[in-house]
Design a protein around this ligand. Structure first.
Ligand SMILES: [Zn+2]
Length: 412
């Protein structure tokens, strides 16, 4: 790994990043690989069920069946052990964005990692094609190094009627040749493209993405029910933040929400921050799609894990007040300030969802979508030792990634 691009230790914000004040305790230092260790006494959420007073063995970067007899034991009783979170839709955090420099990107990754997101796909916003191509080059380099799990292009192929916080002047119809240009620029690291499939070129672009092994996601769309069914039949498999930036569900115009919820081939993204969705709408979607077809996302922007203030989302100015991000012009919601540990806690304590279902929505399902279920998304021997330690109130107390403590529960 290029040393200059290494995720910096907490307490040593990268030069040029805006996040100096977010760095927390200077006592924290980047840990070295842990070797073997055994976590004991926790309630462990496994794919096969939840085990009380369970143990989890870690050897190097991976979870193992058993650890050597002399491996140190770490007591995490009265805590939950769950898989590290997988975020497939995220624009930034820690005062920095994935539309910034390499240091900005690393700052955002580090912030979300400290909140339990051990696998992260970086999302772009609508920009000129040349800028997106350049962006893809930088992000794919970080993905090749293992710091990111790939790139999600959100826009520019979205509906002017449902543009949300995307720059109206830069929107365009989905041209398969241009879609291909972005996918190629990502050098095998393009994971998902959000597009309004009802626009001219939309269905051909979906087919092209499927051919390229990239997820086609229906979003920022003004499609009808029938148009959305056509997109799913063409190969679209994800609903980008279901309900947000699409027509509402009407009894004579069931719209994209109904088509995306009812089709077994589709996974629906939900932003569980209490602002983007009413809790009843979230539960309705969860119940209808079933726990296996939901992916909780943050759709986070720079202010996540950082604080209120003025920010830029791509070229647009955003004001964040009391944790809610809105465009200065027009007042549209402009991403969230959510981190996935808060999404977890809220899902259990406010929404009343079963812990196992929340783990599926935060880890297993998005890992499967990315084709990475053999590596991340569950506490299964052989996968990476990516895990989160939560207390009895589901507050985050520890994070391990690739066998290294990002947040050490013994120091917290
Ligand atoms: Zn987004």
């Amino acid at each position: 790994m290029d040393a200059e691009r290494e995720i910096p230790a907490r307490g040593s914000a990268p030069s040029g990043a805006r996040g100096e004040t977010s760095c927390g305790s200077a006592a924290w230092a980047r840990s070295t690989p842990t070797g073997s260790q055994v976590l004991t006494g926790a309630t462990v959420v496994l794919p096969t069920g939840t085990v009380k007073n369970g143990t989890l063995a870690v050897d190097g970067k991976r979870i193992t069946e058993t650890a050597p007899a002399n491996a140190p034991h770490i007591d995490v009783s009265n805590h939950w052990l769950v898989p590290g979170f997988v975020d497939i839709h995220n624009h930034g955090g820690g005062g920095s964005s994935f539309s910034g420099t390499a240091d900005d990107v690393l700052q955002a990754i580090r912030t979300h990692r400290e909140h339990g997101t051990t696998t992260l796909v970086a999302s772009t916003v609508t920009e000129e094609t040349d800028q997106l191509v350049q962006r893809a080059g930088l992000l794919s380099e970080l993905a090749e190094q293992g710091d990111l799990a790939g790139i999600h292009f959100e826009g520019p192929f979205i509906s002017p009627c449902r543009k949300g916080a995307h720059s109206a002047a830069l929107l365009r119809d989905p041209d398969p040749a241009e879609v291909r240009k972005l996918v190629d620029a990502a050098r095998g690291q393009a994971r998902m493209v959000t597009l309004a499939t009802e626009l001219p070129g939309g269905l051909d672009s979906v087919r092209l993405l499927v051919e390229q092994g990239v997820i086609a996601a229906v979003g920022h769309t003004d499609a009808t029910y029938e148009q959305t069914v056509a997109a799913i039949d063409a190969g679209a498999t994800v609903a980008t933040h279901l309900f947000n930036a699409m027509p509402t569900l009407g009894h004579r115009a069931p719209g994209p929400v109904t088509a995306l919820l009812e089709d077994e081939r589709v996974t629906v993204e939900l932003i569980n921050d209490g602002t983007h969705l009413h809790p009843a709408a979230l539960k309705l979607a969860f119940r209808h799609a079933g726990a296996a077809r939901v992916a909780f996302i943050t759709d986070a922007m720079d202010a996540a894990g950082f604080g209120d203030g003025r920010y830029l989302l791509g070229p647009l100015e955003v004001e964040v007040s009391e944790g809610v991000a809105r465009l200065v012009e027009g007042g549209s919601i402009a991403g969230s300030t959510l981190t996935l540990d808060r999404a977890f806690q809220r899902a259990v304590t406010v929404d009343g969802l079963p812990v196992e279902d929340v783990v599926a929505a935060l880890s297993a399902n998005p890992a499967r979508l990315l084709g990475k279920a053999d590596e991340v998304g569950s506490l299964t021997p052989g996968t990476y030792a990516d895990l989160v330690v939560l207390d009895e109130e589901f507050a985050l107390k520890g994070v391990m990634r690739r066998g290294e403590w990002v947040i050490d529960p013994q120091l917290g």
